[in-house]
Design a protein around this ligand. Structure first.
Ligand code: URP
Ligand code: ZN
Ligand code: ZN
Ligand code: ZN
Length: 511
């Protein structure tokens, strides 16, 4: 069952054992009072409260009145990503500080090769950026930004290196966008390799056209951003990508669903049996598009991200309900942070505002506050949407995403009553802005343990720079478990009708 994972680097140092006592363990499918022993980065023993003696020399953590949950899994980050003529501020150091402070212990970042660039070269670059800096484990997806025989070959090489999820953009015309033909090739190639196709779904052609029209009408401020990226523009591309993936017979993961319109495309397709998964974001669940109307340009520009936030203030509640019902699956962040000075590149033209915002540190608290505190999610749902389902979809389960003997000691002692006010003044991100600024949330990590290292305790970050490891993943994971069925449906050779014998079979006689 641990076959999903390949650890490419081994630790040689012994870690201090940890004993977590008197907490309530929560997995996506169970909740029970227990003590948990951690030895050398793994969960070695779980027993009902009071039935286990701590191993000699253990660090004792008292989890009375707290939940002991699998460390959060972040499905979608862009750390130190070159984008829109600049580079996102959070690097693998500050990014994994922020996650640790917020109760996340594993993240999947996107390699983004430039169009024309070798995928393998870009992979080496991302590893060189990440390996020396990460405070907890990480994995990588790769973006497909162009197409050639070389890309096709290198996708197979990346799969061998444990990169088994590939994203293409249907937006960002003229830079990262692929054509529909290229999307088809990418889907077919992912299917052959057993890799998961991922899509940024917005209609890049229409956005490009509308941006020009809106600028020509004199709208230059951040409000132009949402006007050019309506929720229908997102829903259209979501629908299109799902149709393509389904006709090809390969699973699809739609990243950053921002509007209920797009989420409902995913839901409708699933009702028809399509193998499609949906991710929404902490920002979608925490704030809404009214930020774009803020009188303060920096606040409005700070929320410029793509797809745009929905103007419907009810969107965040409906998205949370879709998560609760299992209709969509994961909560990522799309953390791609820019300082206010960087955002001001677009002071006279909204199309030049670098797209992206934060989420790594606040994701878990925002979901707890707006989901569990409001009674929409149960604590088990919380674990499912912030950790377990991501681990399953991206094939690191149950080594991650579960409190179980033998699993990695990626554990959060979660304080459900702890309140704090989110602010750029106190966050651990590199940039000077926070899209959740001033939001008072209840629920926070009391202690964060990443592969057996305590990285957050007593409201203090404890650095373990370079001690996180790259986790290579195997292809043909959970999303492919129904692939035999999908394959039968798409085996066109079985669909040939033999007309040589009899023109009219009884079943198909025309009356
Ligand atoms: O605005 C965003 N989302 N920036 C990061 C790049 C992307 O589209 O995911
Ligand atoms: Zn995107
Ligand atoms: Zn549709
Ligand atoms: Zn993204």
């Amino acid at each position: 069952m641990l076959a999903g994972i390949r650890r490419l680097k081994f630790s040689t140092t012994k870690k201090t054992p940890i004993f977590i006592k008197k907490g309530t363990v929560v997995n996506h499918d169970c909740k029970f009072d227990a003590d948990v022993q951690v030895v050398d980065g793994k969960i070695s023993k779980i027993a009902p409260t009071g039935r286990l003696e701590p191993l000699a020399g253990s660090k004792i953590i008292d989890a009375t009145n707290k939940f002991v949950i699998p460390g959060g899994i972040e499905t979608h980050s862009h750390l130190q990503m070159p984008f829109m003529g600049t580079v996102s501020q959070d690097c693998f150091d500050t990014g994994t500080r922020a996650t640790s402070a917020g109760g996340t212990t594993f993240l999947l970042d996107f390699i983004v090769p430039k169009p024309g660039e070798s995928l393998l070269k870009a992979y080496e670059q991302w590893r060189a950026w990440a390996d020396p800096k990460v405070h907890h484990d990480f994995g990588l997806h790769c973006c497909i930004t162009w197409w050639s025989d070389q890309v096709e070959r290198e996708m197979a090489e990346l799969v061998k290196l444990g990169v088994v999820s590939f994203k293409f953009f249907l937006a960002y015309k003229g830079s990262l966008m692929v054509t529909d033909d290229e999307m088809i090739r990418c889907l077919e190639r992912c299917k052959e390799l057993g890799a998961l196709s991922m899509v940024h779904a917005e209609n890049g052609y229409l956005i490009d056209h509308l941006q020009k029209k809106i600028l020509a009408a004199g709208v230059t401020g951040p409000e132009g951003h949402y006007l050019s990226r309506s929720k229908d523009v997102e829903a259209e591309a979501t629908h299109r990508a799902i149709v393509f993936a389904n006709e090809i017979g390969t699973p699809l993961y739609v990243v950053h669903l921002m509007g209920t319109e797009a989420a409902e495309e995913v839901i409708r397709a699933r009702q028809k049996g399509c193998q499609v998964f949906g991710e929404t974001l902490a920002s979608t669940l925490g704030i809404d598009g009214r930020h774009y109307l803020d009188k303060n340009w920096d606040v409005a520009a700070g929320a410029v991200m793509s797809p745009a936030l929905s103007m419907d203030p009810e969107c965040k509640v409906r998205m949370m309900k879709y998560l609760a019902m299992g209709s969509i699956h994961t909560v990522g962040t799309d953390n791609c942070t820019f300082s206010e000075a960087q955002k001001r590149k677009g002071i006279n033209d909204f199309t030049k505002i670098p797209n992206g915002c934060n989420g790594l540190e606040d994701r878990m608290s925002v979901v707890w506050n707006n989901g569990v505190r409001k009674g929409i999610l149960t604590p088990m749902d919380f674990v499912r949407v912030t950790s377990t389902q991501a681990a399953q979809i991206f094939n690191v389960y149950p080594q991650k995403g579960r409190i179980q003997e033998g699993s990695d000691a990626d554990i959060v002692v979660w304080d459900p009553e702890r309140q704090h006010t989110i602010s750029a003044k106190t966050h651990h991100h590199a940039h000077d802005h926070n899209v959740f600024e001033g939001m008072c949330v209840t629920g926070k990590s009391h202690t964060t343990i990443a592969a057996g290292n305590v990285v957050w305790e007593n409201d203090t970050f404890i650095p373990h720079k370079g001690q996180g490891k790259y986790i290579g993943r195997n292809a043909f994971g959970y999303p492919y478990e129904r692939s035999k069925y999908l394959e039968q449906e798409r085996d066109y050779s079985t669909k040939i009708i033999d007309r040589s014998v009899n023109q009219e079979t009884p079943e198909f006689q025309i009356q």
